[in-house]
Each structure stands twice: as structure tokens, then as C-alpha cells.
Ligand binder design. Structure first.
Ligand SMILES: C[S@@+](CC[C@H](N)C(=O)[O-])C[C@H]1O[C@@H](n2cnc3c(N)ncnc32)[C@H](O)[C@@H]1O
Length: 267
């Protein structure tokens, strides 16, 4: 069966880093500025990917420990190989089944993952389960419906102009709840009260069109997964359309916005 998740390819760590990991690393820094976590905390991370947020936590937050998990064994292995820190442990695990005891974490964090979970409420319930009373639940998600990742928006608009079926794959269409109000409603449905929600904005700059285009050809993530599924002539047509729109020889710059969310558990 074809689903809108069929191109959600989470395996090639290096390719993911070239496509999204470098931008998620920038968002992770802003997120931690905003989160202001205390030192000495026991962290659990759901969906660590290649370790963008994990390494920022280790570098900046003086954690007691970080249990970083991802459903992709390849990504968990990539992060484990890239980050050698005795405070960090990596595991392959679904966000709805975290390998941590009830109430064992001071902080649960998750970067750019919640929208990809097949059951978001189960994911949030699992984060709550592992948090101690008074612990901090936190995550961030791209503002997809608001055109929140400019470079991705440009890609999907061009793709849908050539292939109407691509419109359903656009994360803006797939994840309409990734707005301030939508996330607040999701948390309310999960029984998580009084969240703080704030925008995080970064600039994504590419020195030229080729630098913008190349990560889409590497296959890691939904848009690259779609791009690499196209036969060569249709891929070339998509590239040409984007080059005409963005200009072939000059720098390409977009804005990207994520929503950061934090909520304190009841004591
Ligand atoms: C956009 S990436 C974000 C990765 C990383 N946190 C970052 O900021 O770069 C989404 C991640 O969610 C993971 N993921 C998808 N479904 C998952 C699930 N059900 N449980 C845990 N992780 C999942 C993917 O393997 C991928 O690493």
C-alpha cells in the first residue's frame, strides 16, 4: 500500500546530516537556550537521529546522563559512533516504548520527531511515563504548515507542479497540527497542561543552487526519498524547474521556523 510515509527514509546518517542534520543542529542550540535546563539532569531523548541534539546537550548542559534513542538502528549506530562521551548511551527504540524505568528521567527531549510518530499521543504518554514528578517534557517540531522550512516548501511546490500526487507528500499537508495552536491542542489532548510554546527561527543558506539541490539526491528523509524515487528524466525536470525559480548561479537563502515546546510534570 502506498502511504504518505512511504518515503520517510531514516537510514543513511551522512546523507541525513547533509540534508537536515546540519539545520537541526542549529535549531538544537536555540532550543537549549530557550529550555534553560539545569545541570546534573538525567536526560532521555526520543528520536536522536544522528545525534544533533544529543551532542548539544552533552556539550552545553552538563548532564548526569543522556539515554539517546531512535527507531532507526542505523541512525542510533551512527550517533553512537560519532559521539564518544561516557555520559551518553544509545539504544534502538520506538518513541512509544522507551527503554527507561518509570519516573527515571529529569528531562525528556525530542527534536523534529513527534510528527513522524504513527501515534503521537502514545509517544507523549511514554515521555510522561519516564519523567519523574516535576520533570520537564520538551520537544520541537518544524512549523511545516506555515511554510516553516523555506527550502523544503520550495521543493514540494515545484514537485507538486510537475506531479500532483506529490502534494500529499508535502509535510505541510501531512502534519497540519505543527502550528502553535495545533501543538497546544495535541498537548491538551494528551493531558499535558500549561505548556510553553515558542518559535525558533534560523536561516538556511546555500552557496549556490547545486548546494541546495544535492542533499535532495541523497535519499535520507521524506523529500530526498521522493526525489530519489523519481526516474532520471523526471528528477531532471524537477531540478530544472527549481533552478529556474531559484537562479542557478547565485546563493540561495531561506528562513526556517520550528516550534519549541516545554511542560513541567505535576509534582
Ligand atoms: C527529522 S529526524 C530528527 C532526528 C534528530 N532528532 C535531529 O534533530 O536531527 C526524525 C527522526 O525520527 C526517528 N523516528 C521516526 N519514527 C520514530 C519512532 N516511531 N520512534 C522513534 N524514532 C522515530 C527517525 O528515525 C529519525 O531519526
Amino acid at each position: 500500500m502506498t502511504t504518505d510515509a512511504e518515503f520517510d527514509a531514516w537510514t543513511a546518517g551522512q546523507s541525513y546530516d547533509r540534508y537536515m542534520g546540519r539545520w537541526s543542529a542549529a535549531v538544537a542550540e536555540r532550543f537549549l537556550d530557550w529550555l534553560e535546563p539545569p545541570g546534573g539532569a538525567r536526560w532521555v531523548e526520543a528520536g536522536c537521529g544522528t545525534g544533533a541534539l544529543t551532542s548539544a546537550i552533552l556539550r552545553r548542559c552538563a548532564p548526569a546522563s543522556v539515554l539517546a534513542t531512535d527507531a532507526s538502528a542505523e541512525f542510533a549506530a551512527h550517533a553512537r559512533a560519532a559521539i564518544s562521551d561516557p555520559r551518553a548511551r544509545f539504544a534502538t527504540a520506538d518513541a512509544a516504548d522507551l527503554p527507561a524505568e518509570d519516573g527515571s528521567a529529569d528531562i525528556v527531549a525530542s527534536g523534529l520527531v513527534l510528527n513522524f510518530l504513527p501515534d503521537r499521543l502514545a509517544g507523549l504518554a511514554e515521555m510522561r511515563r519516564v519523567l519523574r514528578p516535576g520533570g520537564l517534557l520538551s520537544f520541537y517540531a518544524w512549523d511545516y504548515p506555515g511554510g516553516g522550512i523555506g527550502f523544503l516548501d520550495a521543493f514540494w511546490q515545484a514537485a507538486a507542479a510537475l506531479d500532483p500526487a506529490a502534494a500529499a507528500l508535502d509535510e505541510g499537508a501531512r502534519f497540519p497540527f505543527c502550528t502553535r495552536d495545533g501543538l497546544a491542542a495535541l498537548l491538551a489532548e494528551a493531558g499535558i497542561g500549561a505548556p510553553a510554546i515558542a518559535p525558533i527561527e534560523i536561516v538556511t543558506e546555500f552557496p549556490d543552487f547545486e548546494a541546495f539541490w544535492q542533499p535532495f539526491t541523497l535519499g535520507a528523509g521524506p523529500a530526498p526519498g521522493y526525489c530519489t524515487s523519481l526516474p532520471p528524466d523526471r528528477r531532471e525536470a524537477l531540478k530544472t524547474r527549481l533552478a529556474e525559480r531559484l537562479g542557478a548561479g547565485r546563493p540561495v537563502s531561506f528562513r526556517a521556523r520550528a516550534w519549541a515546546v516545554k511542560a513541567r510534570m505535576p509534582t
